[in-house]
Design a binder for this molecule. Structure first.
Ligand code: NAI
Ligand code: MG
Length: 497
């Protein structure tokens, strides 16, 4: 397998990578689209396009869904679970064998730092490993109906599942959906984001190299309206897993309503990190920095609000500002602390939030502007930014910015911190930093969020269910609960007496 340094050298010399896939991945192979239309994929670290990929249409989606339906009925649904498990185990190994390729491609396409991309690829392999182990443990129940009856449940795969994938965690989100769907016996049609099409295509190819029968995992690339919408509207799709914006999630839910298609929505967040006066300051500082600057803040579960107790507010924010100013920006391949944001449109959106804040007289204590890669003068960068003393009803405390922008909210005490934490339309995650065990768990129970991190932001792994409350969506991915979305329970009761 080609190592990262060779790939980086190839990219520096040619401006592209020869090993990028072309076309859709349908029926077990890369395939020509019905209409020969392509679009550019950009390197956010330079702002320059590095490849063209297929802009799919409804006709391509129709082919992919038909292929998935056939594979579901002919091959996958009824394969012995242990065989499905072995294929997914091999897939995990193949992902790791291709770690460097996947990570370099992910960095070029999304902009994220190479070491973060490597972490994402390892996480994707771990996701397949985890669900490989679940294939043969989808046990039902039996029910005590007395001597004259037998009652039991079986968990059947829901069928053809659609996966709409965003650009911030392309391979992670693909793996998080594909692995449990496949483990349950479902087939997959995925539409990666048009900003980051490549790793989903490579992943589908690797899954088939691991032994998936043709058609079990199809990937169609293109825009949301032209490729995503035909997929989520498709009557041949039995379930949709959508990760992205609230606005598009709403459209997907409406489309799903037409045919009563099942849906899991992982939408935005505006997650609070509650830092109480009695916390371990060092632990909390590191946690808050990682929570907002990892992936340049483009994480649905980013800790984008710091809710800090007044007693430590001044010194804590001063230290945070000092550490923020010390972060280095750069191209993802150079492994910076903070990389670019994903697109020029997205950069403009982030800048808009800060321009409005400035005109309201907000206290921007560091950052606040568009910038560039200091090494090249190129790319779509936003300065790591902290805005102090943000009011609870300010848009900086309510709206998802999805960039390296931290809004600081000052709390009088733990009760006030709880009120601030919950005063938001979103409810995805929350962090809590305190050395008081009881207080931590009291807050954990009362904060309205799908997951709570105590004394380590982003703690947990594939074992732990993940999903949102309120406008952050519903349904849970990851963990054994993540399998449930891809299963339908059938109860069988029989009279034998
Ligand atoms: P988006 O929600 O429009 O895009 C996510 C995915 O949905 C992409 O694959 C896109 O092609 C697809 N899509 C778009 N329109 C569709 C439609 N009508 N039917 C089916 N699929 C469709 O998000 P976008 O525009 O990329 O980002 C906007 C904002 O959304 C960001 O600024 C951020 O706040 C939020 N976002 C949240 C994410 C999360 O992880 N929860 C991920 C990406 C974006
Ligand atoms: Mg790109």
């Amino acid at each position: 397998m080609t190592d990262a340094n060779n790939l980086i050298a190839e990219y520096r010399n040619t401006g592209t990578l020869g090993s990028l896939p072309m076309g859709h991945f349908i029926d077990g192979a890369f395939s020509e689209p019905v209409h020969n239309r392509t679009m550019e994929s950009f390197d956010p670290g330079t702002g320059v396009p590095f490849a063209r990929f297929t802009a799919g249409t409804k006709e391509d989606v129709d082919q992919a869904v038909a292929s998935s339906r056939l594979a579901f009925e002919a091959d996958w649904r009824d394969m012995a679970p242990v065989e499905r498990s072995r294929i997914l185990q091999r897939a995990a190994a193949l992902i790791l064998e291709n770690l460097d390729l996947l990570a370099v491609v992910e960095t070029l396409d999304s902009g994220k730092a190479l070491q973060e991309a490597m972490g994402d690829v390892r996480g994707a392999a771990r996701t397949f490993e985890y669900y490989a182990g679940a294939c043969d443990k989808l046990q039902g129940d039996s029910f005590p109906l007395g001597p004259d009856y037998i009652g039991y449940t079986i968990h059947e795969p829901v069928g053809v599942t659609a996966h709409i994938i965003p650009w911030n965690f392309p391979i992670s989100t693909a793996a998080r959906g594909f692995a449990p769907a496949l483990a349950a016996g479902c087939t997959v049609v995925a539409k990666p984001a048009e900003q980051t099409p490549y790793t989903a295509l490579i992943l589908a190819d690797l899954l088939h190299k691991a032994g998936l029968p043709a058609g079990v995992c199809n990937v169609v690339t293109g825009t949301g309206p032209e490729t995503g919408a035909p997929l989520t509207n498709h009557p041949g799709v039995d379930h949709i897993t959508f990760t992205g914006s609230v606005q598009t999630g709403r459209a997907v839910m409406k489309a799903a309503a037409e045919d009563i298609t099942r849906v899991v929505l992982e939408l935005g967040g505006k997650s609070p990190v509650v830092v109480l006066g009695d916390c371990d300051k060092e632990q909390a500082l590191a946690g808050v920095l990682g929570a907002i600057y990892e992936n340049a803040g483009q994480i649905c579960s980013a800790g984008s609000r710091l809710v800090v107790e007044k007693s430590i507010h001044d010194e804590f924010v001063d230290e945070l500002v000092a550490r923020t100013r010390a972060l280095n920006l750069g191209h993802g391949l150079a492994n910076p602390d903070v990389g670019p944001v994903n697109s020029s449109e997205h950069l403009a959106k982030i800048a808009g939030f800060l321009d409005r804040a400035r005109s309201r007289g907000a206290e921007i204590v560091t950052g606040g502007s568009v910038t560039e890669d200091p090494a090249t003068g190129q790319g779509w960068f936003f300065e790591p930014t902290i805005v102090n003393s943000v009011a609870a009803d300010d848009e900086l405390a309510q709206e998802e910015i999805f960039g390296p922008v931290l809004a600081v909210q000052v709390a009088d005490d733990a009760d006030h911190a709880l009120a601030l934490a919950n005063d938001c339309q979103y409810g995805l995650v929350a962090g809590i930093y305190t050395s008081n065990f009881a207080k931590a768990h009291q807050l954990a129970r009362k904060i309205d969020a799908g997951q709570i991190y105590i004394n380590e932001y982003f703690a947990g792994g594939i074992e732990v269910p993940f999903g949102g409350n309120k406008k952050s969506g519903f349904g849970r991915e990851k963990g054994l609960e993540g399998l449930a979305s891809y299963c339908k329970t059938k109860s069988i009761a029989a009279r034998i007496g």
